[in-house]
Design a binder for this molecule. Structure first.
Ligand code: ATP
Ligand code: MG
Length: 567
């Protein structure tokens, strides 16, 4: 490829709305342009990167028996009504109507479509297991599209779905998929962790995310510094307290706490440590309003609450919600006589007695005891883990880091197959719903994550396997005949050797070309100047280390090949 003929509109300045480095650099390197919020055009250089990631994905999925399909992006509402997600999915689902007023959506994911195909076409246990995948555009009307390709509304996803006769078979494919994902991200040159995750809207019982570690990541990951246990912070298990049921020590007593609402204020006023004050937090859920209890020095994690209840969603109740049930005054809520189902963190039930709001203005109860003074619907792990907390699996301590979720694998069980009647006949001729798994990778997000991990102040430093070009051939002055000839010959020899080279044949100053080369981030640069060429030499620069060395022109191709192999 010749630079002068390619569309590579580089920019000196980053777009004003770009917050993260990958977004800035993708725009500045001329890889992408925004068409509307969260909707991007992918330009030639960007597409070269995405295609490379896709190729790696295809190779790894084909290797474990995945078969590629291509499903429609526009999906009829009937399938979503059948699965129950038409009403559940909410505003992220872009709903559209055709000329006959029939409702459709633009697919945010494809469980419904694939399950529909498989229930029609696969009837017997003999045809299972089956893994199908596609690489295709999705649309999700994200609340806050941002960070360029990292969180777009329209984005490219690899989604795979597997169908099985039983749970063991689903688990086997899940394990193979986890390994394929590890291979994919490894081959893309990324530093990542596999973390235990919540299965979100899709549901199911078994789920891991693959997260690229980067400070700009939106997800927080809890790691053990000793045993390597890693979990999304929303799921990270807290070490249970020693002895889970404390004996009531004191009598229940109401005390006046005028104007004292926060844990800190009450703790100070009553001269008690924050861990003896219990916070009562109200949540709206699909099963009505509930209360969650955690110690005053802890935070309650709504995802853990949702999982403890076993419901679909749980959001902190607003003042309006609380007023609508004639609830207690803010700051004085407590479990005694509350009239809602109460879910308690195990650390709370482990306390013998504690302090809570008294459900009336300016008053708290002391000596409150779970079980005696109020009924606990269920006790479990509700608190959010923090850096320095004990690991539940070993004597180690939690560390917390940020990560970018690039892939997500789930075992779905028969959630979709049951409601959509995707059944197979077992050897005895009995109809049984299939077990399913689903597996996603964000292609654009993977490219963005690679930049988050591989850049410097001058631009992108691509990992070789996903670089748009492996080498930039940079003539100092392309109008000089001997330089031009040497550059053209080298450029062709590189392609003949299977090395993707970009020849910067522009008439710009050398400084401009070198800046652009650093910005675009090919792993190697070869600079050809008239003086060095007189001595039969060229300069080969490794982008990552910024180190350049003079090498004989005659051996440049093999030098490049071996450098790339080592990168
Ligand atoms: P997130 O929590 O980041 O919204 P998700 O859990 O909704 O992600 P999945 O439904 O598991 O994501 O989708 C599979 C993969 O698709 C994700 O791991 C991610 O790489 C990618 N992805 C999801 N949403 C987006 C988006 N808005 N923009 C780009 N990639 C996305
Ligand atoms: Mg999402």
């Amino acid at each position: 490829m010749r630079y002068s003929q390619m569309l590579i509109p580089t920019l000196k300045e980053s777009p004003a709305d770009a917050e993260v480095v990958s977004h800035k650099l993708m725009v500045r390197a001329g890889m992408i342009r925004q068409l509307a919020s969260g909707i991007y055009s992918i330009l030639p250089l960007g597409l070269r990167v995405l295609r490379k990631i896709e190729r790696i994905i295809r190779e790894e999925l084909d290797a474990i028996g995945g078969q590629e399909v291509f499903l429609p992006s526009i999906q009829p509402s009937e399938l979503w009504v059948e699965s129950g997600r038409w009403s559940f999915y909410g505003k992220e689902l872009l709903r559209i109507k055709d000329r006959h007023d029939r409702e459709f959506c633009y697919g945010p994911t494809h469980e419904e479509v694939i399950t529909d195909i498989v229930r029609r076409e696969v009837k017997s246990y003999r045809n299972l297991p089956l893994t199908l995948y596609q690489i295709q555009t999705k649309f999700r009307d994200e609340v806050r599209p941002r960070f360029g390709l990292m969180r777009g509304r329209e984005f490219m996803m690899k989604d795979a779905y597997s169908f099985h006769v039983d749970v063991d078979s689903a688990r086997e494919t899940y394990g193979q998929m986890a390994q394929a994902y590890a291979n994919i991200f490894e081959r893309c040159g990324l530093t990542f962790v596999k973390v235990q995750a919540d299965s979100g809207t899709i549901g199911g019982s078994f789920s891991h995310e693959f997260a690229v570690l980067a400070d700009s990541g939106e997800d927080r990951i809890g790691f053990c510094n000793q045993c390597g246990y890693a979990s999304n912070l929303e799921m990270a298990a807290a070490r249970p307290p020693e002895g889970e049921n404390g004996q009531p020590g004191e009598e229940l007593r109401e005390v006046a706490t005028p104007g004292k609402k926060s844990v800190e204020e009450v703790a100070w006023f009553l001269s008690q440590p924050a861990e003896r004050i219990v916070k009562t937090l109200l949540f709206e859920t699909d099963r009505g309003m509930v209360a969650g209890l955690v110690r005053g020095d802890r935070e309650l994690n709504p995802i853990k609450l949702k999982n403890l209840i076993g419901c679909e969603w749980a959001h902190p109740a607003s003042e309006v919600d609380i007023a609508s049930i004639d609830g207690p005054p803010v700051g004085y809520v407590g479990p005694v006589g509350l009239g809602l189902k109460i879910y308690a963190d195990r650390e709370v039930t482990a306390l013998g007695s504690f302090i809570t709001g008294a459900n009336k203005q300016d008053a708290h109860f002391t000596g409150v005891s779970a079980g005696r003074d109020f009924e606990v619907e269920k006790a479990g792990d509700l608190r959010e883990v923090r850096a320095g907390d004990s690991c539940p699996h070993c004597p180690g301590l939690y560390q917390v880091r940020r990560g970018i979720e690039v892939g997500h694998i789930f075992i779905l069980g028969n959630k979709y197959s049951r409601v959509m009647k995707a059944n197979f006949l077992d050897p005895q001729g009995k109809e049984t719903p299939m077990e399913m798994g689903c597996y996603g990778i964000g292609v654009g997000r993977t490219a963005a994550a690679a930049i988050e991990q591989n850049h410097d102040e001058r631009g992108i430093v691509w990992p070789a396997p996903i670089a748009p070009f492996q080498v930039m051939v940079i003539p100092v002055n392309y109008s000089n005949e001997s330089v031009r000839e040497a550059s053209d010959t080298l450029y062709r020899a590189l392609w003949d050797a299977g090395v993707e080279a970009l020849l910067d044949d522009r008439s710009d100053r050398l400084g401009v070309k070198l800046n652009d080369a650093d910005l675009l981030g090919a792993p190697l640069q070869i600079i050809l100047g008239p003086k060095n060429l007189e001595n039969g030499q060229v300069e080969i620069k490794v982008r990552k280390t910024n180190v350049s060395e003079l090498k004989p022109l005659s051996g440049a191709v093999s030098e490049v090949v071996s450098l790339l192999r080592a990168l």
